[in-house]
Design a protein around this ligand. Structure first.
Ligand SMILES: C[S@@+](CC[C@H](N)C(=O)[O-])C[C@H]1O[C@@H](n2cnc3c(N)ncnc32)[C@H](O)[C@@H]1O
Length: 332
């Protein structure tokens, strides 16, 4: 199967044999699993599942025990600080001297990698450039920097929030989330009800609900978000269950909640993807107790009213500031 993304098209034209190499934070591209099968290290659970589905090894935690591969390719993300985290984490986990290639799109800032590698004392050479992407080659070396030094804390909505460059919002409260929190029904969570935060990010919604007294479960597909939410709850001396899960897939069968609260995702890498939000809405009635509410905030242009109507029959709009809307749908 041919590569579909520019970065994999660039790899596809290399003469080297990538079989068995470790793919680090790649995009979803079938070429990787079919033409150059090797283990995956990604924070994204959906990608890890694709690898496992074809019998390949996938590491989806932030601190895996990696088997030693013949080499590794790091897909440089558009968030530079996140690329640095992956690079430092690889240097911590792979033996010194392991061949390491770094690939990324030019408009995503891949050329800055040269400076990063030089600052770490790692030599580097450009292997190839095409498809508006560039491929560099280096080797894993000893680095003194701790990848986890990128974790920061910030204050918002009366809470201390853990922030990481791999987590939505990174260091600031999203305007949509703010509107949602300001318009949550006053009584929600105050009697210790079970409440679910889907797509928890840094844990702002989960922590706000736990602060009200709710018994919170928070989930996110990203290992960075799961870790951020755990850190946020701990930083505020709050409790909650946090799971890495693709929408509801990681919950126990039949597990139901008094409310589901979410600022749902609609981007997958750079493309718009309504898939997770559509599933969140369609399957919400099965995850809510009778009389329970789904509370969502979304950009006003997103096509959620039709989906809410299809799943719940009716819904109301609790707030609308022209950019964002807060929706409430009740399971009858
Ligand atoms: C718009 S952000 C909201 C983050 C946080 N709740 C807030 O309000 O700041 C959406 C979150 O959904 C997560 N996400 C994306 N796809 C998902 C999926 N399939 N299942 C669960 N979470 C997902 C993303 O990782 C991201 O953290």
């Amino acid at each position: 199967m041919s590569a579909t993304t520019p970065v994999c098209q660039l790899l596809e034209r290399q003469s080297g044999d990538y079989r068995g190499w470790l793919w680090v934070a790649p995009p979803a591209d079938p070429w990787l699993t079919t033409q150059a099968p090797g283990p995956l290290w990604s924070a994204d659970l959906t990608l890890a599942r694709q690898w496992r589905a074809v019998g390949l090894t996938a590491y989806d935690s932030l601190e895996p025990r990696l088997d030693t591969p013949p080499g590794a390719v790091l897909f440089w993300p558009k968030t530079h600080a996140l690329g640095e985290w992956w690079l430092l984490a690889l240097c911590r986990r792979l033996p010194e001297g392991t061949p390491l290639q770094v690939v990324g799109e030019n408009q995503g800032g891949i050329k800055r990698v040269l400076k990063v590698l030089a600052a770490l004392g790692l030599g580097c050479r450009k292997l190839d450039s095409a498809r508006r992407s560039t491929l560099f080659e280096t080797r894993v070396g000893p680095v003194a920097l701790d990848p986890d030094a990128v974790w920061q804390r910030f204050e918002a909505a009366g809470l201390a929030l853990a922030s990481h460059p791999g987590v939505f919002g990174h260091g600031k409260l999203d305007d949509g989330t703010r509107l949602l929190l300001e318009n949550l029904p006053h009584e929600l969570g105050r009697r210790g009800e079970r409440v679910l935060d889907v797509g928890c990010g840094d844990g702002i919604i989960a922590a706000s609900l736990a602060q009200r007294g709710a018994e919170v479960t928070a989930l996110d597909v990203s290992a960075f978000a799961v870790e951020a939410t755990r850190r946020t709850l701990a930083a505020n001396a709050l409790e909650g269950t946090v799971v890495q899960s693709d929408v509801y897939d990681g919950l126990a069968d039949g597990e139901r909640f008094a409310a589901i609260v979410s600022n749902p995702p609609f981007h997958q890498e750079r493309a718009i993807d309504y898939g997770p939000a559509a599933r969140l809405i369609a399957e919400a009635p099965e995850r809510l107790e009778r009389g329970g509410s789904l509370l969502l905030v979304a950009n006003a242009f997103l096509p959620y009213p039709d989906r809410l109507e299809a799943a719940f029959g009716r819904f109301s709009i609790l707030a609308d500031d022209r950019r964002f809307r807060v929706y409430r749908a009740i399971r009858r």
